[in-house]
Write a protein that binds this ligand. Structure first.
Ligand code: IVH
Length: 713
């Protein structure tokens, strides 16, 4: 009999490709030492994709093809941490650091040697990753949870999976060499590298959205984005720093934990060092300050941890922080410069923001010539005048801020008062300050400044995602020449002598505008586009195709694109799911709007107000005419608790308050914050306070968690 040749089975081929890809991902994203080009990597991933498509049964969630998966349908679920995610006490100078070391020594026996692990304090947000057994001896990523309030965080697994430095899979071999079981927990910091942060802000600004203040805020916003493919594009990084199992440290030393994490394929910051004295800690800090500006991510200090876990246990915790670790914070980066003038910028919602024009000054390695003054109240609070010397801070922020006026002999007071304009600097309409608000707004819905920002927002990636309709294209559609656009782009050129000038943006357009509202985007013709500068056949066709494609964007994106005040990504999603169609939303009363999860009275009022305005309704009708998506899948609601109102009080044994609320609302019930005669049930847990008393005095029925679950059936 002829010997059979052994063709590898599809299982084998797939597993071999996966292993190869994992190895190269690790080289690229963790060790920063790639051996493949991007094209080589893409080619192999595509090969794997093709094989998986042929054998869908063999697709596993830890495959390198499975980084971007389904969206979290109902927002993020709250999850309790295995052990509280505490914060750290801070030290701001050597003296405070030494005082901490003395407290540490005081908490241990006199003969004990203390070693410290020094790590960079990464300026991001902490995450807990849970790993559990896979089918063949490996560990696979099960979930990723934000810190939240330290006790309960949000399950952001779908987004965490997109972070390339988070292994989806730790092989049996890696587990063995690093001494890890199949189930463990990793804690660490998720950061947005400086470059990715700048790119994200460029896109946001181009889309007419406010720039994120600093990489930390940007990372926090990104990790809570409801679209994993957007998260994947942002290139977050995860640095691991703790290894736990069932809420306890898994190894005997922090240094050992870092080594094990590295061995298991996690990204561990390579600057971390073990030292034997506070002098050496101070040396580490000095070195960290030295390399700070050259790092690809922001740090705001150094974290010092007692190495021995046995010593950590004996030192224990104060209320909110461990006694065995401390954060040494770098001083804020500030400089003194002169306020030369103030510009007034009009945003998408008509908000007028005063922007300080400063004599250029270097703050923490970056030249700063603009700083936000936020609003008129801030100007009063600072008591600042044009010509004043001011202190500017840039605590990792892109938008520096003025913290105070400097007043001494070397820095005489300025003379010119800052006068807030009474009319819009772009359209001349009177500015309005709504009761209870600090901002002044231009309420002219046709104000060109607002329209420009609205168009950018509408076309931006996170909204209707019309590629090609960026900042300069929008300006051209509004009648500006490219020369005008470029002139406005040059730093400082929008206003060579800011003084009291109110002209913050480009000049009056030289040509007739092709669009006057966001709906006009859908009426743009090829001839229109060809009449613009530097637009050829190919560009025109691709923009038109993009515009057409955007009609398929779901209702939540359309709602976001309308630019209703206070309606961000999450609210738009909630509204689309709750009402299921534009018509139902337009017909919803303020009362009905308030019943939607996460929608408060302020949002309910602005949504209602938006649809009461005839011009807005006309705009919506035109969009309908162009065939945009006006329906969505409605979130199913039960009817079991219809017509009943619940008040939650105290701590329930297994459900968090949000979970209980969610369950009630899904069953058609309402949850209110205060007890009245109209309350149907008070759900009381441990340490229920005055609400329980009130329920008893009003004769309202009281149930516990078991009772609630019984009502829910
Ligand atoms: S240890 C109880 N290590 O700083 C232990 N934290 O100010 C707390 N952070 O919430 C965490 N880099 O988000 C630790 N190498 C590092 C860190 C670090 C940044 C953050 C973390 C924490 C905050 C406390």
């Amino acid at each position: 009999m002829a010997a059979k040749t052994h063709e590898p089975t599809p299982e084998h081929k797939i597993e071999a490709l996966r292993e190869e890809l994992r190895h190269h991902e690790h080289l690229y994203y963790v060790l920063d030492a790639p051996e493949w080009t991007d094209a080589q990597y893409d080619q192999r991933v595509n090969q794997l994709r093709a094989l998986e498509a042929e054998h869908p049964k063999l697709v596993t969630p830890d495959s390198p093809t499975q980084r971007v998966g389904g969206k979290p349908k109902d927002g993020f679920v709250k999850v309790a941490h295995s052990r509280a995610m505490l914060s750290l006490d801070n030290a701001y100078n050597e003296e405070e650091l030494r005082a901490w070391a003395e407290r540490v020594a005081g908490g241990l026996a006199a003969s004990e040697v203390v070693r410290y692990v020094c790590e960079l304090k990464l300026d991001g947000l902490s995450l807990a990753l849970q790993y559990g057994p896979g089918s063949g001896g490996e560990a696979v990523l099960k979930s990723g949870i934000t810190r939240g309030d330290g006790t309960v965080g949000e399950d952001v697994t779908s987004n965490v999976r997109t972070i390339r430095s988070v292994p989806l899979h730790v092989s049996a071999k890696e587990l063995k060499t690093s001494g890890l079981p199949q189930d463990f927990e990793v804690r660490g910091e998720v950061v947005l590298p400086q470059k990715a942060f700048e790119k994200m802000n460029e896109e946001r600004v181009a889309a007419g959205m406010a720039a994120a203040a600093n990489p930390r805020n940007a990372a926090a916003g990104t990790i809570r984005t409801l679209e994993p493919n957007i998260v994947a594009q942002r290139r977050l990084e995860f640095f691991a720093y703790f290894l736990l199992r069932e809420g306890e440290f898994l190894l005997h030393e922090q240094s050992e934990g870092l080594a094990a994490l590295r061995g298991a394929g996690f990204l561990v910051n390579k600057e971390a060092r073990m030292v034997g004295s506070i002098d050496e800690v101070m040396e580490f800090i000095a070195r960290a300050e030295g390399i700070r500006d050259g790092l690809p991510y922001e740090i705001d200090g150094v974290v010092v941890k007692v190495d021995s876990v046995a010593q950590q246990r004996r030192l224990g915790f104060t209320g909110k922080a461990p006694r065995w670790a401390i954060a040494y914070k770098f001083p804020a980066r500030a400089a003194v410069t002169k306020l030369e003038g103030v510009l007034f910028q009009v945003g998408r919602t008509g908000k007028v923001t005063p922007v300080a024009a400063l004599a250029p000054v270097v703050v923490g390695g970056t030249t700063v010539s603009r700083a936000t003054l936020h609003n008129p109240d801030e100007i009063v609070r600072l008591g600042v005048r044009i010509g004043d010397w001011v202190s500017v801070e840039r605590g990792g922020d892109v938008i520096p801020k003025i913290t105070e006026v400097v007043e001494d002999k070397a820095h005489p007071r300025g003379t010119e008062e800052i006068v807030f304009p009474e009319v819009c600097p772009r359209c001349g309409e009177g500015l309005v300050r709504e009761p209870g608000e600090v901002d002044l707004r231009c309420v002219n819905v046709s104000c060109p400044a607002r329209l420009e920002e609205e168009l950018r927002h509408f076309a931006s990636r996170g909204v209707m995602n019309i590629e090609g309709l960026g900042e300069s294209m929008v300006a051209q559609l509004l009648g500006h020449s490219l020369a005008e656009v470029e002139a406005a782009d040059e730093p400082g050129s929008e206003n060579p002598d800011p003084g009291q000038s109110e002209e913050a943006v480009a000049d009056e357009p030289t040509r007739k505008a092709l669009v006057h509202s966001i709906a006009d985007i859908y009426g743009i013709t090829k001839e229109d586009l060809l009449s613009l500068e530097r637009v050829g056949e190919k560009t025109a066709d691709s923009i038109l195709a993009e515009i057409e494609r955007s009609k398929k964007q779901p209702l939540n994106r359309v709602l976001l694109g309308l630019g209703i005040r206070h309606v961000g990504e999450r609210t738009a999603q909630a509204l689309a799911e709750e009402f299921g169609s534009m018509d139902a939303l337009m017909a919803a009363s303020e009362e009905n709007l308030k019943l939607v999860n996460d929608i408060g009275p302020k949002v309910a009022a602005t949504v209602r107000e938006f649809f009461e305005n005839e011009r807005n309704v006309a705009l919506v009708e035109r969009l309908r005419g162009f065939g945009l998506t006006f329906t969505a899948e409605k979130k199913e609601r039960g009817t079991k608790l219809e017509g009943l109102t619940f008040v939650l009080t105290g701590t329930l044994p297994t459900l968090t308050r949000d979970e209980a609320k969610e369950l009630i609302e899904r069953a058609g019930g309402k949850v209110s914050g205060s007890v009245s005669k109209k309350t149907s049930y008070v759900v009381a847990g441990e340490e229920a306070g005055s609400k329980l008393e009130k329920a008893e005095s009003l004769g309202v029925k009281v149930v516990d968690e078991v009772g609630l679950l019984a009502l829910l059936g």
